[in-house]
Design a protein around this ligand. Structure first.
Ligand SMILES: Cc1cc2nc3c(=O)[nH]c(=O)nc-3n(C[C@H](O)[C@H](O)[C@H](O)COP(=O)(O)OP(=O)(O)OC[C@H]3O[C@@H](n4cnc5c(N)ncnc54)[C@H](O)[C@@H]3O)c2cc1C
Length: 306
């Protein structure tokens, strides 16, 4: 690892570790929106989020939204999350936006059957839903639930594979017969070296391998990255191999590289902007800060300006 990459990796680990501190959580939760969390989160309510989704659509961009939140205390809380997602799906009908969600928000930590039943209820409404991938402890259960839904005949559901996990190549091969709709990401959580590449160049190389494998298969690939090299590689690879633009899309996060999003759309590629909302934005924001320590400077500057 080079010096700059090493410093970035250390900062990322420090930010993700600090995120667990109750003092950091209290401070950021109280002041975060004023300090700039709104750059990454489209408001705390669905009413605030909908105009943002609409304005992305007007600029030729697709979107998905997520009610931010991870983990629920009991099945009643999970049921309340399902009801809120039903409202989201109703409000999105007829727009260019769909939903991405986390299974822990639907009760995965409590009971896999509960999470499955909750997700099935939402998927049965017919709109496309992507299941985000969370910490490594949830990967097996998440892939099991995805497979169960596909086996039950639901085509309107997608999953995510994280390139930093050593296992993801095997997971992709195992899913291939399903012609899966997969979002390929580098991975956003702090994982031990026993299961995930610790060095960024290795993650990048694994990302390229996973991307090529997914694009070469019969499924649909969401190339979810802000990394120019990965994006241009995907474009070259699909052109060289005659892979049509209806077989893949680019995805980026709301607030991250908006000009690049617009440029790709202008070049005729489908671009989806992941645009979350909700009052529980703290862990999401901390992962975004961890991805790019420069984002922390953006916060600190706002803190100093008052
Ligand atoms: C649509 C979408 C969905 C995702 N879903 C998941 C998921 O389900 N599970 C999961 O583990 N991870 C998910 N991620 C996060 C992902 O794993 C990475 O942590 C994140 O995308 C940063 O990696 P990168 O590919 O952009 O490349 P990097 O090498 O980290 O970054 C490349 C360049 O992109 C820019 N950049 C990257 N991140 C930021 C940022 N936060 N702020 C400003 N600039 C930035 C910088 O210019 C940087 O140099 C998702 C990412 C996207 C785009």
């Amino acid at each position: 690892m080079g010096l700059a990459a090493g410093v970035n990796h250390a900062m990322r680990s420090a930010i993700l570790a600090a995120a667990d501190s109750p003092r950091v959580r209290r401070f950021v939760s109280k002041h975060g929106m004023r300090l700039g969390a709104g750059r990454f989160v489209a408001g705390e309510t669905l009413d605030e989020c909908i105009p943002v989704l609409r304005s992305l659509g007007e600029r030729g961009l697709y979107a998905n939204t997520t009610l931010l939140g991870e983990g629920v205390r009991d099945e009643h809380e999970a049921a309340a999350v399902v009801v809120r997602y039903e409202e989201v799906l109703d409000r999105l009908a007829g727009t260019k936006a769909n939903v991405a969600l986390k299974l822990t928000h639907l009760g995965l930590e409590l009971d896999e059957e509960l999470a499955y039943a909750n997700l099935e209820r939402l998927v049965a409404r017919g709109s496309f839903i992507r299941i985000d991938m969370e910490q490594s402890a949830f990967v097996d259960a998440t892939l099991r639930i995805y497979r169960r839904l596909r086996d039950a005949g639901f085509e309107n559901v997608g999953a995510v594979l994280q390139a930093y996990l050593y296992r993801s190549g095997d997971d992709l091969a195992a899913l291939a017969p399903l012609r899966p709709n997969l979002r390929i990401v580098k991975g956003a959580y702090l994982e031990p070296a026993a299961i995930a590449y610790p060095a960024k160049p290795d993650v990048d190389a694994a990302y390229v391998r996973l991307l090529e494998e997914s694009l070469s298969g019969d499924g649909y690939t969401a190339v979810a990255t802000h990394d120019d090299r990965m994006i241009e590689h995907a474009i070259r690879f699909t052109e060289e191999h005659g892979i049509g633009r209806d077989r893949f899309e680019f995805q980026m996060l709301y607030g991250v590289r908006p000009r690049l999003q617009q440029d790709l759309a202008a070049r005729g590629y489908k671009v989806l902007v992941a645009t979350p909302y909700g009052p529980e934005w703290y862990p999401y924001l901390m992962r975004r800060l961890g991805e790019r320590p420069a984002n922390l400077l953006f916060f600190v500057r706002n803190l100093i300006r008052g």
